[in-house]
Design a protein around this ligand. Structure first.
Ligand SMILES: N[C@@H](CCC(=O)N[C@@H](CS)C(=O)NCC(=O)O)C(=O)O
Length: 219
């Protein structure tokens, strides 16, 4: 089967699917689009107008969770847990990872302080829950890397850079979360899941947008 992932270089949801493809060592093509100027061919195939979209021969899949579950069922090794209860709990915590990525986007891109603070608070609310949930690690479920870890990894790729640039120290108060992030961000599939100049592109985006964080550091 020919796989083409329609992508945007800074998207954490695309990054999840790339991690899964890399973990499974599956060959795929990647096609980048400009989300500020979406091409018509993309609008024609994407029901939500969002990336990732995965083209599987002449079929189209959208929504990162659905794409990743498809990849998991189609290509080994199996990354979702075998036990149905654990799998269901993982799906629920993937939804928490969605909230984390969305509040991280919110506080990094906020133009005004109230929106920055509101999204920082939302980020901490999820991190507190995650800290309570994590066990001995190194991964969410324990020793084995799973589909859920691909969902959390993009948060840490970004947060490491943001903390370095702006001294935000968002995860420093959560020892288990911090350790989880260290494990994830150094994993080869995660390192290879972003373009080599990702940090420059990300920093440039924050500068272009003149976000509140960019102008004020940690405030
Ligand atoms: N729930 C979606 C979220 C995808 C998403 O928000 N993608 C963003 C980029 S990171 C997007 O394509 N935004 C374009 C738009 O909203 O117009 C998923 O998990 O795939």
């Amino acid at each position: 089967m020919a796989l083409t992932l329609v992508s945007f270089k800074l998207c954490p949801f695309v990054q999840r699917s790339i991690i899964v493809l890399k973990e499974k060592q599956v060959d795929f093509d990647i096609r980048y689009i400009d989300l500020r100027n979406k091409p018509q061919w993309f609008l024609d195939i994407s029901p939500t107008g969002k990336v990732p979209v995965l083209q599987v021969d002449d079929q189209v899949l959208f929504e990162s969770s659905a794409i990743n579950e498809y990849l998991d069922e189609e290509y080994s090794p199996r990354l979702h847990p075998a036990d149905s209860l654990t799998r269901a709990r993982n799906r629920a915590w993937i939804e928490m990872a969605n909230q984390l990525s969305s509040s991280q986007f919110g506080f990094t891109m906020a133009k005004e302080e109230p929106s920055y603070r509101q999204n920082i608070d939302k980020t901490h609310a999820v991190l507190q829950q995650l800290e309570r949930q994590l066990g001995e690690g190194p991964f969410f479920n324990g020793p084995e890397f799973a589909l859920i870890d691909a969902a959390y990894a993009p948060f840490f790729t970004r947060q490491t850079m943001v903390d370095n640039w702006f001294s935000t120290e968002v995860i420093s108060g959560y020892p288990k979360v911090k350790n989880y992030g260290e494990q994830l961000k150094n994993r080869p599939s995660v390192v290879d899941s972003v373009v080599p100049d990702y940090d420059k592109i990300y920093h440039q985006r924050l500068e272009d947008e003149q976000t509140w964080l960019y102008q004020n550091g940690s405030g």
